[in-house]
Design a protein around this ligand. Structure first.
Ligand code: CA
Length: 240
C-alpha cells in the first residue's frame, strides 16, 4: 500500500505522536517510520485504548484511523475534544469523500490523508500540523491573484478552474504560496519538499517547477512563477 519507504527526517526532540490504527502492518510501519524520523511514538490498536491514551498522554499530534474497533475515529475525536484535548489530529481514511472531510472538520479534525499514501506525504503533513500547532490557527486557503490552494480539500484552482496536482506538486505550490514574494533557492525547495540535499539531484527541482508551471501558469495571465537567474524561483504577480 505504500508508495515509498520511510525517509530519514529529523523531528524535533521530544515531539510525541500517538498513532491509533488497528491494522498491525500499517500501525507498525507508521510507528517505525516516525521513530526513525525522530519522533517519540505510541501506538493504540483500537478506539477505546486510543481515546484513553490520548486523554492521558499529552501528545503533540494524533494520527487517527477512521475505521477502528471499539470506537471509530470520529467517536475518538469527539471524545477528545469533549475532554478538552486540543492536540492536532491527522485522519487516515480509506474513503476519499468530501462528506467525510466535512464531517471530520466539524468535529475538529485538522487534516486528512487518504489511504494509500506515500510515507513522505504523511511526514510532510505531520510536520505542517506540528508547525501549525505552535503558530496557532493558520488559514486553510492560500491565495495569490486568481490562484487558490485549499489545504483541507487538497485542491488547487486558477480562475475557478480546477488544477490536478500530484502530491509533490501540491507541496511545492503550498511552499510557494506560503512564501510568496520570496526568492526560494533550489536547495531550500529540495529540503522542504523532497527532504533531500540539493546536491543529490539538482534536476528534480527544475523539472517539477516546469511541470507545475505548465499546469497553473500556461494559458493564464499573469504568470505567477518566475525564475530568478542564479538564485531560484519566486511566486508573485509581477515579474521580479
Ligand atoms: Ca482500520
Amino acid at each position: 500500500m505504500w508508495q515509498d519507504g520511510p525517509t530519514l527526517i529529523h523531528g524535533r526532540a521530544g515531539m510525541k505522536i500517538l498513532i491509533v490504527e488497528d491494522e498491525p502492518k500499517t500501525g507498525d510501519y507508521l510507528r517505525q517510520g516516525l521513530s526513525e524520523a525522530g519522533f517519540v511514538t505510541d501506538l493504540a490498536r483500537d478506539g477505546r485504548d486510543g481515546l484513553e491514551q490520548a486523554r492521558e498522554g499529552r501528545y503533540d499530534l494524533l494520527i487517527l484511523d477512521v475505521m477502528l474497533p471499539g470506537l471509530d475515529g470520529w467517536q475518538v475525536l469527539a471524545g477528545l475534544r469533549r475532554a478538552g484535548v486540543e492536540s492536532p489530529v491527522l485522519f487516515l481514511t480509506a474513503r476519499d469523500q468530501v462528506e467525510d472531510r466535512v464531517k471530520g472538520l466539524e468535529l475538529g479534525a485538522d487534516d486528512y490523508l487518504v489511504k494509500p499514501f506515500a510515507f513522505t506525504e504523511l511526514l510532510a503533513r505531520v510536520r505542517s500540523l506540528l508547525r501549525r500547532g505552535r503558530a496557532g490557527l493558520e488559514p486553510t486557503l492560500l491565495k495569490l491573484a486568481d490562484l487558490e490552494l485549499d489545504l483541507l480539500r487538497r485542491r488547487a484552482a486558477r480562475a475557478g478552474r480546477r488544477i490536478d496536482l500530484t502530491a509533490k506538486e501540491f507541496a511545492l505550490l503550498e511552499l510557494f504560496l506560503r512564501r510568496q514574494g520570496e526568492v526560494l533557492p533550489r536547495g531550500l525547495i529540495a529540503s522542504q519538499v523532497w527532504d533531500m540535499n540539493f546536491d543529490s539531484d539538482t534536476n528534480v527541482i527544475d523539472v517539477a517547477v516546469r511541470r507545475l508551471r505548465i499546469k497553473m501558469d500556461e494559458g493564464f495571465e499573469p504568470r505567477l512563477i518566475h525564475t530568478v537567474r542564479g538564485m531560484g524561483y519566486v511566486l508573485e504577480e509581477a515579474a521580479p
